[in-house]
Design a protein around this ligand. Structure first.
Ligand code: BV8
Ligand code: ZN
Length: 246
């Protein structure tokens, strides 16, 4: 599964950057966005995951996000998530950059996490930006939750299409991508910008680019190595091989 070229790189490196997408949560039962049973097959992302949807059709917007949250209740990290927790312990400098909003990397126990697209478990006010302590299991009795401070529209703390990414998280992710020795892209279709630009920053700075994904993506041709497989199977194996090198 891992050739000498890959294992030698891990043996001689201390700085690792990892970018994950929805694919790493697929084995936890969380639907991906663009797969066969993907979320976007039934909904148009530009329609629903957008600030326009929040302001023009808040009931539908919240119906979608409540449905997303309810699907996450009881969902647990899988072996792929836990392998990244073990991997973080094996390297002095390990950055986990995620596009996922499902909170599973935090739950698994990684510490150095950059959440580029926010976190669906958090809620904030669209007007006064206050964070509302609204646990995931919060079932809204009113259709559209309002801010207790200013009666503004509440929204999940996720980055909607057309919105800027959280500046510090993205800046830190760019820095980690520009300085790492190995960049791992795991479970992402590499379509959404500006996250999809990070592996190219790493490659331009001399990093070894490894993609782990069951199917080819627009990134595959630029990767130094591609391991085609599921995160929950490939990552635990990779960690075992790396531990043997240490
Ligand atoms: C911005 C949060 C501008 C909400 C999300 C035209 C061309 C290029 C770009 C654009 C364009 N038109 C618009 C844009 C910009 C747009 C964009 O990139 N659109 C794309 C779709 C064309 N980007 C934005 O709008 C961003 N903002 O650009 O702002 C700006 C600039 C300055 C000032 C102001 C504004 C904001 C992007 C963030 C949007 N929010 N999510 C929510 O979740 O509801 S994006 C959404 O897609 C998720 O966050 C998700 O993480 C992300 C990426 O998807 P993936 O994670 O890759 O998931 P996907 O299903 O696609 O793929 C899964 C992969 O897993 C597959 O490859 C599959 O094979 C694999 N897999 C399956 N099973 C497994 C597996 N892998 C491993 N193991 C398995 N078992
Ligand atoms: Zn408010």
């Amino acid at each position: 599964m891992f050739n000498e070229k890959i294992l030698n790189r891990f043996k001689n490196s201390t700085q690792i950057a990892v970018l994950t997408g929805a694919g790493i949560s697929a084995e936890s039962g969380v639907p991906t966005f663009r797969g066969k049973d993907g979320l976007w097959n039934n909904y148009d992302p530009q329609q629903l995951a957008s600030p326009q949807a929040l302001s023009q059709m808040p009931e539908t917007f919240w119906e979608f996000y409540n449905w997303r949250r309810k699907k996450l209740l009881g969902v647990k990290p899988n072996l792929g998530h836990y392998a990244l927790v073990d991997m973080e312990k094996l390297f002095d400098d390990f950055a986990l950059i995620t596009q996922n909003v499902d909170n599973l990397h935090r739950e698994a126990g990684n510490t150095n996490i950059y959440e580029l697209h926010g976190n669906i478990a958090r809620t904030r006010c669209e007007d006064c930006q206050t964070f509302i302590d609204q646990p995931m299991s919060f079932t809204l009795d009113e259709k559209v939750p309002r801010c207790p401070h200013c009666s503004g529209l509440l929204r999940p703390d996720v980055v909607l299409f057309g919105e800027m990414l959280p500046q510090k998280a993205f800046r830190d992710a760019q820095e980690a991508s520009a300085t790492c020795e190995i960049f791992l892209s795991i479970g992402t279709s590499s379509l959404v910008e500006p996250a999809a630009s990070l592996p190219y920053i790493a490659k331009a700075n001399g990093a070894f680019l490894l993609e782990i994904n069951p199917e080819k993506t627009p990134l595959s041709a630029s990767a130094d190595e591609v391991v085609q497989g599921k995160a929950g199977e490939v990552l635990p194996n990779l960690v075992i091989q790396i531990e043997k090198l240490k």
